[in-house]
Design a protein around this ligand. Sequence first.
Ligand SMILES: Nc1ncnc2c1ncn2[C@@H]1O[C@H](COP(=O)(O)OP(=O)(O)OP(=O)(O)O)[C@@H](O)[C@H]1O
Ligand SMILES: [Mg+2]
Length: 321
Amino acid sequence: MPHTFDLLVIGDANPDVVLGPLDAPLAFGQHEQLVDSGLLTLGGSAAIMACGAARLGLKVAFAGRIGDDDAGRFVRTALNDRGVDTSALRVDRTLATPLTVVLTRPDGDRAILTSPGTLTATGPEDVPESLLGAARHVHAASYFLLPRLAAALPELFGTARARGVTTSLDTNDDPSGGWAPDALPATLAVTDFLLPNAQEAMALSASAGTAPESIEAAAAALAAHGPHVIVKNGPDGAVAHDGSTLLRTHGIPAQPVDTVGAGDSFDAGFVAAHLRGLSTADALALAAACGALSTRAHGGTPSQPTWDEAVAALSRNGKNL
Ligand SMILES: Nc1ncnc2c1ncn2[C@@H]1O[C@H](COP(=O)(O)OP(=O)(O)OP(=O)(O)O)[C@@H](O)[C@H]1O
Ligand SMILES: [Mg+2]
């Protein structure tokens, strides 16, 4: 049976309010501080990944939970505007849509405040059973922000895989610093591609056993749990480990305006390349180009590339797919 979607993304979606740069310490005591710029944009790792994949030409559905409020309506409209199907995005009548405020500093550092709202309540009932077989691939994001969904991932991914669907997970950061949820080993066993950044890979691997000395060692240690592990490493590119072989891309150069969402755009590129049947080496290069190109503008989604733009950027840097 033909699939209705190429990709189902499950996880977090929220408005990001980005303000800055703030040149002084943040002042309480009812002080108003003026900064040069403010931006309201779509945030949430899963939402940014879904938009990146749609921009690359995939048919994408999104599953998750929002509140019955203006923030939730903003999220749905932003996803729809970028071609992401939100029929499965559920509205919670009691909890608020998550909200994030990002305060930037002139040196690029940032403070991030998030009210989780519906995230803590989001669970397996927000992922329609029928959708798990309706897409060729399922991606989950923000593992540590969605504890109920995280606990259900072994079953959700297991069901998807039993239907011939491939799976990927970008854990993102663990704000609690704990890094050791009970369900992680069972989740990794049904995850085809694990997509942490360098710091996350080190922390995940340390929580699973001994502290690794390098991202290559972390990738190898995590790959021993089952998935093909791809570790994103900012301007240095990324490495991939499939349990026996290590691959590396140095990425393409960028003069970043804003790196928010680079990792999610990388994930979108990797999954799109996988679904097109590219080799892991080529998928890694394409994904790194998507990450780099996404840094051209403020916000996670505005400068995400099309497939042709990503291929052209690689070719300008001497890599032809
Ligand atoms: N300054 C940069 N120059 C070139 N490429 C970059 C740069 N920053 C990011 N990239 C590309 O984007 C990919 C993902 O970036 P990064 O390692 O920052 O992910 P992340 O920490 O998960 O990001 P996010 O903030 O979205 O969670 C990198 O592996 C790299 O290929
Ligand atoms: Mg990330």
